[in-house]
Design a protein around this ligand. Structure first.
Ligand SMILES: Nc1ncnc2c1ncn2[C@@H]1O[C@H](COP(=O)(O)OP(=O)(O)O)[C@@H](O)[C@H]1O
Ligand SMILES: [Mg+2]
Length: 406
């Protein structure tokens, strides 16, 4: 890998206008009178990074974060309002679904049209036509108008044309999500071929496994800002943590975060027979049940729960590490029970935070704050002060008196 940058993005900003809703009420329209009917916003805000030659680079971020806009700036389909993009080498792009396709024309005609847009001569396209059609796998439909194509067919043909250009820099927007698994694999293989040949690839994808497998480096965008650039594992982690933290507020109001390879699907308190506990009393036998689902094999995960009193006192924190319980690898879904013979909590309200961490305990796969709130009722011992019942016995002989029972 040489040190030369194939793509250099230098303080790129792109502004768009967002128009106010058209069909607003008369009153709203009157109140808006004299004010702008649109506002400008930054789809890209001072974004800078370099993609070195021969690197497979991933762009990730939530919908609307500016990924497609950035690819279009690199492809020179859009011009930045500020900053610039410098590319070294020929660029071919597969941008949005069917971009550059004419709906009334046949697949065949569109291959020529698209190839021309991407800078190929008719002769060059003639020479590559059969390969393009073969790669797309839509030969029976090549003479039908593309308006009759499914989105999967569009992408197949579009990808086939884009790679036939034989570019030094290939830009691919989201196609890995469209089409069947077989075609996705074909695209992935093709991108890996490109990579092996030392070409530069920039892909936008929502598929984190694909990004992890394909990319050497990843950039994370958020609302048009570049959050970070780095190794796939780190950046994907950062992204998933963000997504969890923003999106998932449990009913109890607790936050949730983690990288998600294994998730705590549910946490519950059961009675000793394994039924959902309706009443929990001091001294009852209970089971704390973790229900997990792993989307990939996870090595040595740690499970733990923290129990807090309603006023926030940390009462107990059982976990598998302290208990020397080690799972070599967990995959798929299952449950893990923590059995308590006699619940030592006095009546009151308690909150549980439960989590699955990696073996070091520092990296959260899934951290669920206040995943469960439960009440404890009067039981045995019949105590109600403080937080815990010591479950002790009064030794009346020590006082020298014998109290009346009853
Ligand atoms: N041509 C356009 N005119 C106005 N707004 C646009 C245009 N293209 C994209 N946007 C807006 O710019 C933001 C970034 O869009 P985009 O780059 O498509 O994001 P992503 O690909 O990450 O989902 C979004 O808010 C989108 O609605
Ligand atoms: Mg997009």
């Amino acid at each position: 890998m040489s040190a030369a940058a194939a793509v250099s993005i230098e303080s790129v900003s792109k502004r768009f206008r967002r128009y106010h809703e058209r069909n607003q009420s008369l009153k709203a329209a009157a109140m808006r009178k004299g004010r702008a009917r649109f506002e400008e916003f930054m789809a890209l805000d001072d974004v800078s990074f370099k993609v070195e030659e021969g690197v497979s680079f991933g762009l990730i971020g939530e919908n609307g974060s500016g990924k497609s806009t950035l690819l279009k700036c690199i492809a020179k389909i859009l011009t930045p309002d500020a900053g610039r993009v410098v590319t070294r080498g020929s660029v071919s792009a597969l941008l949005e679904l069917g971009a550059g396709f004419h709906p009334e024309l046949s697949g065949r005609e569109n291959v020529y049209l698209n190839g021309a847009i991407l800078g190929m001569s008719k002769k060059q396209i003639d020479a590559r036509f059969d390969d393009i059609v073969a790669f797309s796998g839509i030969e029976p439909f090549i003479d039908s108008p593309v308006k009759n194509y499914s989105s999967g067919m569009y992408v197949r043909l579009g990808f086939a044309v884009a790679i036939s250009v034989d570019p030094e820099i290939l830009l691919v927007d989201e196609v890995l999500a469209v089409g069947d698994a077989e075609f996705q694999q074909k695209c992935t293989d093709k991108i890996l071929d490109f990579k092996r040949e030392g070409r530069t690839v920039i892909v936008v994808s929502h598929s984190m496994p694909a990004v992890r497998n394909l990319c050497d480096q990843v950039a994370l965008l958020e609302h048009g800002h570049l959050v970070d650039v780095g190794k796939p594992v780190d950046i994907i982690d950062e992204y998933l943590v963000d997504v969890f933290a923003d999106r998932e507020i449990d009913q109890t109001g607790g936050a949730r975060w983690g990288s998600g390879e294994i998730r705590l699907e549910d946490f519950s308190i059961l009675d000793e027979a394994g039924r959902p506990a309706e009443h929990i009393r001091t001294g009852d036998p209970v089971i704390l049940r973790f229900r997990y689902a792993a989307r990939e094999p996870v090595r040595r995960p740690l499970f733990g729960a923290s129990i807090f009193s309603a006023d926030g006192v940390y009462v107990a924190g059982p976990n598998t590490r302290d208990a020397d319980v080690v799972f070599d690898t967990l995959d798929g879904s299952g449950t893990l029970d923590f059995r308590v013979d006699r619940l030592p909590l006095v009546p009151g309200t308690y909150d549980v935070t439960a989590a699955i961490h990696d073996q070091t305990g520092t990296h959260a796969f899934d951290y669920r704050e206040k995943v469960l709130r439960f009440n404890v009722e009067l039981g045995t011992p019949r105590e109600s002060w403080g937080i815990v019942s010591l479950a002790g016995e009064w030794d009346v002989t020590a006082s020298g008196a014998s109290p009346a029972r009853g």
